[in-house]
Write a protein that binds this ligand. Sequence first.
Ligand SMILES: Cc1ncc(COP(=O)(O)O)c(C=O)c1O
Length: 409
Amino acid sequence: MSLEQQKQLEESYVMHTFGRKPVELVRGQGMRLWDDEGKEYLDFLAGIGVVSLGHCHPALVKAVSDQASTLMHVSNYYYIEGRGQLAQKLSDLLNLRVEESQRQPWQTFFANSGAEANECAIKLARLHGRKRAEAAGSDALPRLIVVLERSFHGRTLATLAATAQPVKQEIFQPLPDGFVPTPANDVAALEALFAQCGDQICGMLLEPVQGECGVYPCTEEYLQAARRLTERYDALLMFDEVQCGMYRCGTYPFGFQHADVLPDVVTMAKGIAGGVPMGACAARDQVAQIFEPGVHGSTFGGSNLAISAANAVLATIEDEGIAQNVAQVGAYLQEQLSKFDQVLEVRGRGLMVAVDLTEDHDAPAIVLEALGKGFLLNATGPHTLRFLPPLVCTREDVDALIRMLAELL
Ligand SMILES: Cc1ncc(COP(=O)(O)O)c(C=O)c1O
């Protein structure tokens, strides 16, 4: 079927929630993709930060193929192979920077997407607030959740309410309430907010590196202030690591581990299973104990197929030293991008990078031109390009990107 026919079918029968680029991708290998006419592309978006091992990594293909021919799904009513091991592995990774004597286990709820992982976190915070009120013998439920301006936490109603971007929220009002936005990296504003309504706050949800708004890392000072205040007011500190987690920032498994801070809840998705849908919400065990059977659930979450994929992804990341690759190639990418006169600012960590271009450069137009030259890029704003390549991206791939950008800019 031609691209034109495919376009017409999608136009008629698929909901128009995404503006698609004029290309049909049919095959992938590592950093490379091919379209229906055999044209090759270098992928600097990785399915929006999902394809962590690159396309069709043999270890992941084997794990998923073997699992698909053995058992794909039985539901959460039963024990299955690999789920406990995966949750234990995540607990170990979350505790990586915690002194051994201080380590406590984390417990994970498995879902299918980032939004669902965040829904789980929001529910945990609300239950935490309820427990706090009960312990104090109070009828006033602490139910506010602090979020950051320009955040992105998903498209379900509650995660949209947590997404402090009024343009995305307006048309869906009324949204679930109880989310209070505050500016990122403004410690004084956060202190004032807690001083004003700390007794009503049950949690704070934030991305340690904000992704969708154009890659803005939170400062260590801010993350530590968030920890100090949530602890003082007995609220949960919840980090949305859907985009910045799973080694995307390099060196460590999670973005928050670049700062000296430990949250109560961490959500993940995207790269965790390398392309098979999976979301996960992990909580330190005293927090996770709030859930009892029947309080939360998912039909598909933590299926045999997704679990085998995630176990293969994590094992491969370790076997192939991918964390170090992300740190090294990410630093090289930032260094090369900052050499362009047309670049005003380079931001990011590891292979989660964005550049602001001078105002005479239209980022969405550059994305289209780059596609013509065989590169998949992404624009998060009129003058902002974001790079989220597979974590196996090499210096040579970066060199190819820089040569192409030099032509375009
Ligand atoms: C930080 C963050 N949280 C949540 C989400 C939502 O994830 P999903 O699209 O898998 O529901 C995203 C998606 O881009 C994200 O970047």
